[in-house]
Write a protein that binds this ligand. Sequence first.
Ligand SMILES: [Fe+2]
Length: 313
Amino acid sequence: MKHDLPVFDITNIETDKALQSDIIAAEEEYGAYLFTGYDPKIEACLKKTQEVARNFFERPLDEKMTYDYVNYDHDGGYFPKGGEKSAHGMQADTLEYFMIGPKEATSEALKEAWCPRPEVDTTFDATLSDMYEAFQALDYRLSVPLSLYIFGDETTIKENSIHGNHKLRVTFGAQKGNSIAPHRDRSRQTILFPRQPGLTIESRKGEVLEVQAEEGMGLKNNGYQLGWLTNDAVLPCNHWAEAKTDGRMSIVFFSHMNGDFVLKPQDKFVDRIPVEGYPDTPMTVTEYAIYRKTFNDPNSTRTEEYKSSKDAA
Ligand SMILES: [Fe+2]
């Protein structure tokens, strides 16, 4: 398969300086890249997660509603079909999802801001736990070049992320044509394995790239937290998606800095011109999570333009 985005073999990501430098160039230009060379256990976890997720989503609604997201401050648990509008705004979305949050909350503030982890107590739960662990290990490895670049050492991102305010979301059932409008994730970075067509990203120069990854290949894209830490030296990736088929499933891991980590441009990047879309004052990740509930991404104001270009197509 031909890829417009750079593809890196991350086998030696912790030690290969030339690879780290190529990765940082991609972080700056695309805010995303494709990667191979990860632990094969992840492919097995993905297949198992897909299988048990299908079984879970086929359960009766009242059983699934036992894990209703409203019990988890709307940030975890089960989210039924029809709860969200698609980018076209006309029809309730046809997707449903299940999300698990931190396995451990280390402070009361974290427990308040990040969902407690729903205990489903089934194969589904155990499989998601395995997937969560695998994603977390991969997230740390993918963060080594960024940690060196932003903080001058390879451990700062890991040490400020270990409390696990990360989320694993399994989404199922989007109907063909349903779409997610252009946006940037509020996370530090996001990891997924887009095996079906429909995901599009925009480079810093404004190039529009279709992204798909075959078996053995994953995608990471940057969220707002990396953009804010670097005054956009590292690009937060603007992206959007459309389901090309019914029954689309996506398994996505969102990682964040710890809840008490203060988000602000780091010293190395303070001279860059401030960019649109970040709060004026530093705030903790917990405060930022609350702020984002009422925040409009400047990129999403382009939804109208996106809709009309699609309607014309
Ligand atoms: Fe996203």
